[in-house]
Design a protein around this ligand. Structure first.
Ligand SMILES: [Zn+2]
Length: 65
């Protein structure tokens, strides 16, 4: 379900709404379209802060033989 979190920059209202297609999301409090899209909570590990996931370093093997 395309549920997104938004925060109104006008009144600071935090809400969640369904974003279907190209509908314009407005604040349910003041009907302002100046919203700030919050980061989705899906795919978040925990209260750690390890953002170096999926980063693989190229193995440097020197042919010293
Ligand atoms: Zn608002």
């Amino acid at each position: 379900m395309p549920l997104f979190e938004f925060r109104c920059k006008s009144c600071g209202q935090h809400f969640e709404t369904l974003v279907i297609g190209s509908r314009t999301t407005v604040c349910p409090r003041c009907d302002s379209a100046d919203l700030e899209k919050q980061a989705s909570r899906f795919g978040v590990g925990g209260p750690g802060g390890d953002r170096s996931a999926g980063h693989s370093r190229p193995s440097c093997s020197t042919g010293g033989g």
